[in-house]
Design a protein around this ligand. Structure first.
Ligand SMILES: [Zn+2]
Length: 93
């Protein structure tokens, strides 16, 4: 159930981002609290949508830059300047 609520909050964050990125971050903040309280982890997709440094909701082309190089995907957050690196999921291609 906690997982479902987190999923809903992510969807809401995505929906409101165009109008109000602050509202998106607010939803992500709630999702993080739920995940901590119920010890539920964000799934892979969800983790990639949040900056690990400033915890903003990231939208490619809006507040983050995604670069693909070699076997890694680098996501730079334009809010705090931090960047995260992920292994490319080759099974998806
Ligand atoms: Zn950031």
């Amino acid at each position: 159930m906690a997982k479902e609520r987190i999923g809903i909050l992510f969807k809401m964050a995505e929906k409101t981002f165009d109008e109000s990125p602050n509202m998106s971050n607010h939803y992500i903040g709630i999702a993080r609290k739920i995940s901590m309280r119920y010890n539920v982890r964000f799934d892979k997709e969800q983790r990639r949508r949040i900056c690990h440094r400033c915890y903003s909701f990231l939208v490619p082309g809006a507040n983050c830059r995604v670069r693909i190089g070699g076997k890694h995907v680098t996501v730079s957050c334009l809010n705090c300047g931090g960047y995260m690196r992920y292994q490319y999921n080759t099974r998806r291609i």
